[in-house]
Design a protein around this ligand. Structure first.
Ligand code: CP3
Length: 332
């Protein structure tokens, strides 16, 4: 935990450290301007100049404590051979998974194909003030496999059929994710967040093999390489306690369904982050500040990074975020 504390907490000892998931995104008019000229989202993710510029947009506007590199978890399956397309209002669409193609991937080529991401990190680190943290990220294996294998929410039956496939690819996929992590750190990232956005769709019986164990492998790899980690096993409810005790990441992002009082009581020896519902930002200033104060009061005496329980919604007014940040900065 100490590295993450040093990086994200102590630097900002006077007040809580603040950043937001999806802080660079569609709610910002300056992002929408760039996006309008770049209709192909994947191509945009491979444009290191623009990725650097987009990453810095929320830092310029709000002076946040951390930048998160503008990229996407789906670039990994994309460079592993499953072309990703974003169809408007439909979410991501991946080419059909082919085992042979997947197993034929080479590590050197994988790194070469992701070079623009590392270049964007290098460029961003150069422009970002020294006292700001640069966060890079990966999707956790289960979350990536839901997209790669087309596993739908609560498709438990199908999961049985797909288990063989999952067992064959989970290890090589995890190895590629570790390479991507190391490359991002070598390029200048300070912390890695591991997004397991679909962990909550797993049956309890599958959590060990498909959530705790793969997250644990990645976190252990990071520990060996002294890379601070923040995990986000979204939607697993009280299993956050098991996750924390098994995975032991430096940080843990709370989702909006989790009771923050329960989290404080049950999640020990870990830096907690986030939790507030992104929909709160659509409400009145008074409601926003009241809810933020709830989180600040609960986590007053423990290491806590202010963030949300999932990404900022596209319909959020950036002025509301500005007010929230100013409110948090005013609290001791
Ligand atoms: O947080 C940040 O500001 C950094 C950038 C970032 C993006 N995606 C940019 C993005 C990060 C950290 C992600 C992670 C990501 N991508 C996750 C895990 C976090 C989560 O949201 O649960 C997942 C599941 C994805 C996959 C993905 N990418 C989906 C499902 C979609 C479409 C729907 C949606 O959420 O917007 C994307 C597209 C995407 N990734 C956008 C952005 C800004 C919107 C693209 C657009 O402009 O249309």
């Amino acid at each position: 935990m100490s590295d993450l504390k040093k990086i994200l907490i102590n630097k900002n000892s006077a007040c809580k450290s603040i950043w937001f998931m999806r802080q660079a995104g569609r709610y910002l008019p300056e992002f929408r301007n760039i996006r309008a000229e770049n209709p192909n989202f994947i191509n945009l993710c491979f444009n290191s100049e623009l990725c650097c510029e987009i990453t810095l947009q929320p830092i310029k506007r709000f002076d946040l404590d951390s930048a998160i590199i503008f990229s996407d978890i789906l670039l990994v399956p994309h460079v592993l051979g499953q072309e990703v397309k974003f169809i408007l209002n439909q979410g991501p669409n991946l080419d059909k998974f082919e085992m042979e193609k997947f197993l034929n991937n080479k590590k050197k080529k994988f790194t070469e194909n992701l070079f623009p991401v590392y270049d964007a990190i290098r460029k961003t680190r150069k422009k970002l003030k020294k006292n700001k943290t640069l966060i890079a990220f990966v999707g956790a294996p289960w979350t990536l496999m839901t997209y790669m294998l087309g596993i739908k929410k609560n498709e438990v039956k199908l999961l049985e059929n797909k288990k063989k496939l999952i067992n064959q690819i989970i290890e090589p996929l995890t190895d590629y994710l570790c390479i991507h992590i190391k490359n991002q750190i070598n390029a200048g990232a300070d912390v890695i967040q591991i997004f397991d956005s679909w962990a909550g769709t797993l049956e309890d019986a599958d959590l060990h093999d498909l959530c705790y164990s793969p997250n644990s492998k990645i976190v252990n790899y990071c520990k060996k390489n002294k890379i601070p980690t923040i995990c986000f096993p979204k939607g697993i409810g009280k299993n956050y306690k098991n996750f924390n005790e098994k995975v032991k990441s430096d940080g843990l992002n709370l989702d909006y369904d989790l009771d923050p009082n329960w989290a404080k009581k049950n999640l020990k020896d870990v830096v907690l982050q986030g939790g507030m519902h992104p929909e709160i930002l659509l409400k009145s200033d008074e409601k926003i500040c009241m809810e933020a104060k709830k989180y600040l009061d609960i986590f007053r005496d423990v290491p806590y990074i202010f963030n949300l329980g999932h990404g900022i919604l596209p319909e959020t007014n950036p002025d509301k975020l500005d007010k929230l940040i100013k409110f948090i900065r005013k609290q001791k």
